[in-house]
Design a protein around this ligand. Sequence first.
Ligand code: FES
Ligand code: FES
Length: 158
Amino acid sequence: MRVTATVNGQSQQADDVWEGESLLYILRERMGLPGSKNACEQGECGSCTVYLDGVPVCACLVAAGQVEGREVVTVEGLADPDALHPVQQAFLETGAVQCGFCTPGLLVQTHDLLARTPRPTDPEIREALAGNLCRCTGYEKILDAVRLAAERGAGGPA
Ligand code: FES
Ligand code: FES
């Protein structure tokens, strides 16, 4: 089957897609977008989080055929060509990235959180990121990153 979707603002097409392929698979293997990571492929870790029609989803759980005609934004789509998104910059500056496997999903989820809640409380941050697992950082640096991004108005005015 052929799958056509808008990915990071551009029309993308994948041919000969098998019914069992996931959105994550076609992003990484057919569309040249390896930013979203495959850590569990079971919807447990959040490392594959992308926006589908503006809603964060685990791309490993979405069948490729389900995205026909829809809009996908991946971690690659958050940044401008010339600059990191403020959420990305905050993760970088606070040391919230170690191996980086969880980072793309955390960035998308944080981007969504701050768009909805520009000045989240710590419990709100923890709840929003509860589905994103990190084996490296102990989460404190990640909390620092979200707080810093919020302070800088990454989600817009509070
Ligand atoms: S790879 Fe999709 S949730 Fe873990
Ligand atoms: S930085 Fe390694 S899993 Fe989070």
